[in-house]
Design a protein around this ligand. Structure first.
Ligand SMILES: Nc1ncnc2c1ncn2[C@@H]1O[C@H](COP(=O)(O)OP(=O)(O)OP(=O)(O)O)[C@@H](O)[C@H]1O
Ligand SMILES: O=C(O)C1=C[C@@H](O)[C@@H](O)[C@H](O)C1
Ligand SMILES: [Mg+2]
Length: 165
């Protein structure tokens, strides 16, 4: 199946570049976060606040496991890599592209991460989250796209080149 899945830290630009890439290569665009909100009829930050991190991860895993499409660019949520089954499923239907960005650039881009509804454990710092997540993105990625210093269009071309599209 000809799909592309974008993974990476919150704020890496998965949703922003994903829709541009889809348009340029003539694919459909899916954002897992929007599927979650649609299914739960709630905003992500409210699901996390009301049901907790573990339940959110479970919901996210179920939603990602249910994705069945062809010729789609799929922007995932940053926490998708906590769901092993979901990642196995996505790896079986898509090429996984890790959009890699430095901690300092992400910090500047995100501002106050606590206001963003991120899967961040109590007392966990952004630095700790970054160190925990990066090996998981690397582990599941087929391709790594270094996004440092690129605007949306430039990054879209980097990904397109990496995938030989
Ligand atoms: N290449 C880029 N250069 C500069 N800013 C960018 C770039 N790509 C995205 N942004 C900005 O960074 C912010 C986060 O982007 P986006 O929502 O696409 O990230 P995401 O990876 O989808 O995050 P999440 O995991 O939370 O869904 C937005 O304000 C967006 O405009
Ligand atoms: O990286 C994260 O922990 C998250 C990122 C968002 O895309 C959402 O999936 C959710 O807010 C959690
Ligand atoms: Mg997004």
């Amino acid at each position: 199946m000809n799909n592309i899945v974008l993974v990476g830290m919150p704020g890496a630009g998965k949703s922003t570049v994903g829709v541009v890439l889809a348009k340029v290569i003539g694919y459909q665009f899916i954002d897992s976060d929007l599927l979650i909100q649609q299914r739960e009829k709630k905003l992500l930050k409210d699901i996390i606040a009301e049901q907790g991190l573990d339940k959110f991860i479970q919901i996210e895993e179920d939603v990602n496991c249910s994705i069945d499409c062809q010729q789609c660019v799929i922007a995932t949520g940053g926490s998708v890599v906590y769901g092993e089954k979901a990642m196995e499923h996505l790896r079986s239907i898509a090429t996984i592209v890790y959009i890699k960005l430095s901690m300092s650039t992400l910090k500047k881009r995100l501002g106050d991460i606590k206001k963003r509804g991120v899967v961040l454990r109590k007392n966990q710092s952004f630095e700790e989250l970054y160190m925990e997540r990066c090996p998981l993105y690397e582990k599941y990625a087929h391709v790594v796209a270094d996004a440092e210093g690129y605007n949306v269009e430039e990054l879209m071309f980097v990904i397109k080149e990496k995938l030989k599209l």
